[in-house]
Ligand binder design. Structure first.
Ligand code: UD1
Ligand code: MG
Length: 474
């Protein structure tokens, strides 16, 4: 034996993701359903990458083009080798397809595309503990539902796995479930996969039967207990999906709270996985923070706010029912309640945006105030400008968008219509109710409205049935 080099086979993740997911009652492939903002398969691929697998084989079948398309943009750092399982004959057949494309023996980390809560570190621990052998991840669930039951042998090892659909009542009562996560040598499992027969309730080639057969033939299968039973949550129907979604969100809230963020009611808070929030920020119940949003420290987000892909500084207050999408808010701003910031809205520090103000593709300088009922689109607004209630940038002429420029410390009177392209100069004022169609010079007043006239005694004459217009015929 001396001189023989022992090569450790590489570890390759295999994700089984070809199934129809019939119980989802969906026209979409099951693994593309989203939980906490990410497709189920996306969660699994992340875990595989975090576990240190070198590459991943993903078995797809039902609507495979859609599944491949969803992961064509570098969603995972792993190299993906796609394998087709044209007919979904069961998990055993799916794994056999993957084994068939490998050109040399490998250690396989087999994952189910519909088990999204598994953590990379858990998989890493399972691989380390299993070495070159066989292992199966198990968890004790209070409601084992439709998951396969793990029947232990007398000495506590694996005897076999029974699917819920095939189980006798005493087997159904078993709470130890198969999480659908396995470590196997590709060369070892191959023969058992090729011998599978579909003699079961679902008429499928069960991967789980290969484990039972291997055990019968004397193969030792380690039972790896998942540290967190949630990691075993498989998504077979919409109720499972809701449970997985909530569990992933709870996990995110837990991480944020551990890092010093106050979340008053985690169970009523939606914060997606990639969101970052600084310490001492406070998130009130019923808040939704999505996508790549980054929130600084000491910022408060009140109930009903929906925030997507936005950047928010420190010391900011986001009022109730405020909606932000691709917006940037610098430090110490107060926004809302009931404000709407659309893509390209950028608030300079210390700005105040009040209720029913909509901002789109507009940059506001420091300390700008727009307190009420306004639309500011395609605009550049200088520091300390004051935007009166009911101001509208009339940015669209029916064909094209035009820009409005408002200088530093300008005062826009209430109900000003700014017909773009137009510029209001630094320190300039527009009179309330004006329709501004021409530039207003720095320090000037723009006024465009009919002069007011008062008609003395008009109400009394109306009530006596006399002519309603003024006494004179001018
Ligand atoms: C499977 C296990 C069950 C385990 C559970 C964990 C089997 C027979 N049963 O049951 O013991 O508790 O997972 O969640 O394996 N798939 C394919 N090709 C197919 C069939 C399925 O790729 O022909 C994929 C599915 O897309 C899914 C995964 O394999 O991602 C599991 O299949 P699913 O039908 O959900 O099996 P379960 O009934 O959940
Ligand atoms: Mg499943």
């Amino acid at each position: 034996m001396s001189g023989t080099k022992v090569h450790k086979p590489p570890t390759i993740a295999v994700v089984l993701a070809a199934g129809r997911g019939t119980r989802m009652r969906s026209s979409r492939p099951k693994v593309l359903h989203r939980a906490a903002g990410r497709p189920l398969l996306g969660w699994v691929l992340r875990a595989a990458a975090a576990a240190g697998c070198e590459k991943v084989v993903v078995v797809v079948g039902h609507e495979s083009q859609k599944v491949r398309g969803a992961f064509s943009g570098g969603e995972t750092e792993l190299e993906i080798l796609w394998v087709e399982q044209a007919e979904q004959k069961g998990t055993g057949d799916a794994l056999a397809r993957a084994v068939a494309v490998l050109d040399s023996p490998a250690r396989l980390l087999v994952l189910s595309g519909d088990v999204p809560l598994v953590r990379g570190e858990t998989l890493g621990a399972m691989l380390a503990e299993t070495g070159e052998g066989w292992a199966l991840a198990v968890a004790d669930l209070e409601e084992p539902g439709s998951l396969g039951r793990v029947i232990a042998s007398g000495d506590g090892g694996l005897k076999r796995i029974v699917e819920a659909a095939d189980a006798e009542p005493d087997e159904l009562a078993v709470r130890a479930v198969n999480a659908g996560i396995y470590v196997v040598p590709s060369a070892g499992i191959g023969p058992y996969l090729s011998r599978l027969r579909p003699g079961n309730a679902q008429g499928e080639l069960y991967l789980t039967d290969a484990f039972g057969d291997a055990v019968e033939a004397g193969v030792g299968v380690r039972l790896f207990s998942l540290p967190d039973p949630d990691e075993a949550l498989g998504v077979n129907d919409r109720s499972d999906l809701a449970r997985a979604h909530r569990a992933l969100l709870d996990r995110k809230c837990g991480q944020l709270m551990a890092a010093g963020v106050t979340i008053l009611e985690p169970a009523r808070t939606v914060i997606e996985a990639d969101v970052e929030i600084g310490a001492d920020s406070e998130i009130h119940p019923g808040v939704t923070i999505l996508g790549s949003t980054v929130v600084g420290s000491d910022t408060t987000v009140h109930s009903g706010a929906v925030i997507q892909d936005s950047r928010i500084g420190t010391g900011v207050e986001i009022g109730p029912m405020t909606v932000l999408e691709e917006a940037t808010i610098e430090d110490d701003c107060r926004v809302g309640p009931y404000a709407r910031l659309r893509p390209g809205a950028h608030l300079g520090s210390g700005s105040r945006i009040g209720n029913f103000v909509e901002i789109k593709n507009a940059t506001l300088g420091k300390g700008v105030k727009a307190g009420h009922l306004s639309y500011l689109g395609d605009a550049q607004i200088g520091d300390r400008a004051n935007i009166g209630a009911g101001t509208v940038t009339c940015n669209y002429d029916g064909k094209e968008k035009h820009r409005t420029e408002i200088g530093e410390a300008a005062f826009i009177g209430s109900d000003t219509m700014l017909v773009a392209p137009v510029r209001v100069g630094e320190g300039a004022t527009t009179a309330a109710g004006s329709v501004i169609t021409q530039d207003v010079p720095d320090g000037g007043l723009g006024v465009s409205r009919a002069r007011q006239r008062n008609v003395e005694g008009w109400v009394e004459r109306r009530d006596r049935g006399q002519p309603k217009s003024g006494g004179s015929k001018n």
